[in-house]
Ligand binder design. Structure first.
Ligand code: 9UX
Length: 72
């Protein structure tokens, strides 16, 4: 089954930042969709929990130089 996570992502200042965050998330296994909203500093991710979890997704975002906090 599918799960959904919403992150606050701090440090995105342009649409290229958002594209880079989206790409970093989508490189992980088990990602169904990643929607990054630069104006609201949010990333919503649909994923398959048997392949990936919230912690790994957050780490992938932070590896790109952004600060990620899981909201729900
Ligand atoms: Mo958005 Mo640019 O970063 O260096 S401000 S990619």
């Amino acid at each position: 089954s599918e799960a959904k996570a919403l992150f606050s992502v701090i440090g995105m200042t342009c649409s290229a930042c958002a594209a880079s965050v989206e790409k970093a998330i989508k490189r992980l296994p088990g990602i169904r969709e990643a929607l990054v909203d630069v104006l609201n500093n949010r990333a919503q991710v649909l994923f398959y929990p048997s392949f990936v979890n919230e912690e790994s997704i957050g780490e992938a975002i932070e590896d790109g130089g952004f600060e990620a906090t899981l909201l729900r």
